[in-house]
Ligand binder design. Structure first.
Ligand code: ZN
Length: 435
């Protein structure tokens, strides 16, 4: 793949132009980043967009649209199954989910390699470092997937000494895709042939967390042809940890593997203020991994296959009164109503779900129906999901769940919270004339 031929700035973005590729991809840099604390900066641009993916965009979408059209005839939820628009080729919130991302159902095996450097040798055992992530990460994904995803970390638990000093990898924040890819490939090479990758679904490269030169732990989400070669196979999904592992802990992994499963970054800057975390606040680990409401949103779970279709109510041009059961609660029968979706356009919808101070949301001060809007034409950092009502001054949105008796109006849609009991929140939705 050719190197960057043209590098020019355009507004706040940096434009990379690649010869022979159809598209141009923008990596955004925001001046507000300079002002952020170390904790906050750990949240930015943690998804390292492969710059080599453009060729695959049209192919993937053509296939997706064909299968989508065929399925729509029998799909009672078709109006609510908002289409994937391919704004990025690696992640997106639409249907169908991007096919090259990590499997989300059943047993998923993550091979873990541990690396250190001559200038910063490890002083802890690999097991001690792994304890930052595991078993919390497996428990988290088992909970939010309602037992449908079972993660397994597989490792020989030995430090692999990398060939260069840590600073010579130039793996700071904003490092390009190829820097991460070649770093992961070297780790595989240094691990040698003793590692069995035949069952590997994803690759996790854990750096000695004391390595300050690698401060950034982005997800790795490649297109076919641009992955990691290991044991005769190609691995397209994974992540590399940096020193931010010690700041965010297991939630770092939860967030990055959300990307690896196709989820977008829900936090981002407002055009008006450049302030971050104003789109979903603390709700969803894909918004603020250091927040108080780690549970994934209902839309994210539906997209990943963890909510069954019968748990989704698609409402258009009519009125619905139903009891939503808290999104945090597992229901092995897959019959409880979990989210209401009101389509408001081809790519947009209003979504209502119940959030309680339990599970990974135990820290939220207020329970009740949570209302948000979605737009699948937007992607990471762009506000693809926004809590309602919009309050740009509230960066955590901890008061966003509705109060009993409250009615919220968004366009032609009216949402009333009639009351709650131990089983859930009773909600009435009037959609007027529909979309
Ligand atoms: Zn991210």
């Amino acid at each position: 793949m050719g190197k960057t031929k043209n590098l020019s700035t355009k507004k706040k973005g940096i434009k990379f132009s690649y010869p022979g590729l159809a598209g141009m991809i923008f990596l955004r840099y925001h001046p507000a980043m300079k002002k952020l604390s170390l904790l906050s900066t750990a949240l930015f641009i943690c998804l390292n967009l492969s710059l080599n993916l453009s060729l695959n965009i049209s192919l993937n979408l053509a296939s997706a649209h064909a299968s989508s059209a065929q399925a729509k005839a029998d799909d009672a939820l078709a109006l609510c199954r908002l289409p994937e628009m391919g704004v990025r080729s690696d992640v997106g919130l639409g249907f169908p989910r991007i096919g090259t991302r990590l499997r989300t159902l059943g047993d998923v095996k993550v091979t873990v390699l541990f690396v250190d450097f001559s200038d910063v040798p490890a002083t802890q055992t690999p097991q001690q470092v792994m304890s930052i992530i595991s078993p919390q990460a497996e428990k988290y994904y088992e909970a939010v997937s309602y037992g449908k995803l079972r993660l397994h970390f597989v490792s020989s638990y030995q430090w692999l000494r990398m060939g260069k000093s840590s600073v010579d990898y130039h793996f700071g924040r904003g490092a390009p895709f190829e820097t991460q890819r070649s770093y992961m490939q070297e780790a595989v090479t240094r691990a040698g042939k003793s590692i069995d990758y035949s069952q590997t679904d994803a690759l996790l490269v854990i750096a000695n967390p004391a390595v300050k030169a690698i401060d950034w732990g982005p997800a790795f989400s490649a297109s076919p042809g641009f992955g990691i070669r290991a044991g005769g196979r190609e691995i397209l999904n994974g992540a590399t940890s940096g020193s931010d592992l010690t700041i965010l802990g297991w939630a770092w992994f939860a967030h990055e593997f959300g990307h690896v499963m196709s989820l977008v970054d829900l936090a981002g800057p407002l055009a008006s203020t450049q302030e971050w975390h104003t789109y979903v606040g603390d709700f969803s680990v894909m918004g603020n991994p250091a927040g108080k409401a780690h549970e994934l949103l209902g839309w994210e779970r539906w997209q990943l296959g963890w909510l069954a279709d019968q748990q989704v109510q698609c409402v258009s041009g009519t009125t619905l009164q139903t009891r939503l059961t808290p999104i945090e609660r597992r229901d092995d029968s897959d019959t409880s109503s979990k989210i209401i979706i009101v389509p408001t356009g081809k790519n947009t919808a209003i979504i209502i779900e119940s959030r309680r101070a339990e599970g990974y949301d135990s820290g939220i001060p207020q329970s009740g129906p949570l209302v948000y809007t979605i737009d699948t034409r937007l992607s990471s950092h762009d506000g693809a999901i926004r809590l309602q009502p919009v309050d740009d001054k509230d960066t955590q949105h901890l008061q966003a769940p509705m109060k009993p008796g409250q009615t919220m109006r968004i366009g032609k849609t009216s949402i009333s919270f009639l009351g709650s009991d131990a089983s859930g929140d009773l909600v009435r939705v009037e959609t007027g004339n529909g979309r």
